[in-house]
Design a protein around this ligand. Structure first.
Ligand SMILES: Cc1ncc(COP(=O)(O)O)c(C=O)c1O
Length: 410
């Protein structure tokens, strides 16, 4: 039992460990989900009756409009800075849209299907979103780590990957409030991503998961218009941007949007036609009644921020006492996560100790492809779903676990 080590440890830490152990805690810090207080902000979406079933002359209770209700597509285009003609409003999950476009690229491709390539590879900025990684594992597409630097990926490392590997099919990126690092990609880095990717191959795909596009904790934060930058860079045809309302209205019950250049859009429409007759237009119409333009969305997101901000500030306050030789963190300006990096390769151990005290953190490694963090350093903290009291205790346990893990190796 590894905790035998505690016997030889600092007695205060030992006492602290016993104290938390006796509390029989059961706190889950793994879930990047909205708290019920946030869900309550959208309650009227459920309570208000639909004003009409007939929208633009068609009955939304029936099949039809495979690309979604026109007003929903317009809203999606407005959010994603895309053109309405190449924007679709899908079901309730952007992850599903991502899976669909990857399926389309794998089966059919732009010119060459990914499945016909010898050992296709995709570039994944890290730390990143484990569910992206799972998709590529499903398709047997090798993932190449690309370190994030705070304002997007390390461009020299990006160029190096492109120079050293054949059959790289593209990159998947979360360009704003990246999960979990909170990176906001700079315009220059977005331009670089397009420039060097396109120079590598005309079919290089740029998949942007804009899950946190309007999820700011601060006022007046800009959002770089990815599709416009793609157009200026000559990369629009192979660029797609996805987002959803999962963290605007209801988790897994919002709206999702896909906007792209024409070639990629047509490929997506073809793929979806084989999968689904039409999206849930009733849910789309309900959402349009509730939030019909970006100003309303901004206002609504301010209410989310007011609930989330104290939790992020608490995490910041707790982590700020950690000496830099133990680790570092960056408080994000939005999104749902705080990313902590231990200085020593002890992330697995920190999570293990916290777990033994009844506080569950996302398994170390989960933020990297194949669950392998080469530095065994990154730990994802998800403050949103907890109430402030539980979060406070969880962070105290985190600090204690970090100190204990540190002490074990020293
Ligand atoms: C980066 C990222 N993309 C996608 C999703 C899932 O979104 P959806 O509910 O729209 O599938 C999440 C949820 O945590 C996420 O963090």
């Amino acid at each position: 039992m590894p905790f035998d080590l505690l016997k030889s440890m600092d007695s205060n830490l030992n006492k602290e460990f016993d104290y938390f152990k006796a509390l029989n805690l059961s706190i889950d810090v793994t879930r990047g989900k909205p708290h019920s207080d946030q869900l309550d902000l959208s309650q009227s979406l459920l309570d208000a009756p639909l004003k009409s079933w007939i929208v633009a002359g068609s009955d939304i209770r029936n099949y039809g409009d495979p690309l979604g209700i026109m007003e929903a597509r317009k809203l999606g285009a407005e959010i994603l800075d895309g053109k309405v003609e190449t924007t679709l409003a899908g079901e309730q999950s952007s992850l599903l849209l991502i899976y669909q476009i990857i399926t389309a690229l794998y089966l059919h491709g732009m010119d060459t299907p990914w499945r016909s390539l010898d050992k296709p590879k995709i570039i994944c900025p890290v730390p990143g979103f484990d569910r992206h990684f799972r998709i590529f594992e499903d398709f047997g597409i090798e993932m190449l780590n690309l370190p994030l630097e705070g304002d997007g990926p390390d461009i020299d490392a990006y160029k190096e990957l492109l120079n050293n590997h054949s059959n790289i099919v593209g990159i998947i990126a979360v360009p704003k409030h990246s999960n979990p690092s909170g990176d906001i990609y700079s315009i220059e880095k977005i331009q670089n991503i397009f420039e060097f990717g396109l120079a590598y191959s005309a079919d290089f795909c740029f998949l942007f998961d804009h899950a946190y596009i309007v999820h700011d904790l601060e006022e007046n934060m800009p959002t770089h218009p990815i599709l416009n930058i793609a157009k200026e860079s000559g990369a629009l045809e192979t660029t797609a941007v996805m987002t959803s309302f999962s963290k605007i209205t209801f988790g897994g019950a919002g709206l999702s949007f896909f906007s792209a250049g024409k070639r990629l859009f047509n490929l997506m429409v073809k793929q979806r036609a084989a999968m689904i007759i039409c999206p849930d237009k009733i849910n789309q119409q309900r959402h349009l009644q509730f939030l019909s333009n970006t100003n309303q969305i901004k206002e609504h997101m301010r209410l989310h921020a007011a609930i989330l901000k104290p939790k992020f500030l608490l995490v910041q306050e707790k982590l700020s006492v950690i000496p830099s030789e133990m680790g570092s963190f960056k408080i994000p300006k939005g999104g749902y996560f705080v990313s902590f990096n231990t200085k020593l390769p002890i992330a697995t151990r920190v999570v293990e100790i916290a777990n033994s005290l009844g506080v569950k953190f996302t398994p170390a490694g989960a933020t990297f492809p194949y669950g392998k963090d080469p530095g065994n350093s990154n730990i994802r903290i998800a403050p949103s779903f907890l109430n402030i009291q539980d979060l406070s205790v969880a962070m105290d346990v985190f600090l204690l676990s970090l100190k204990l893990a540190h002490q074990e190796v020293n």
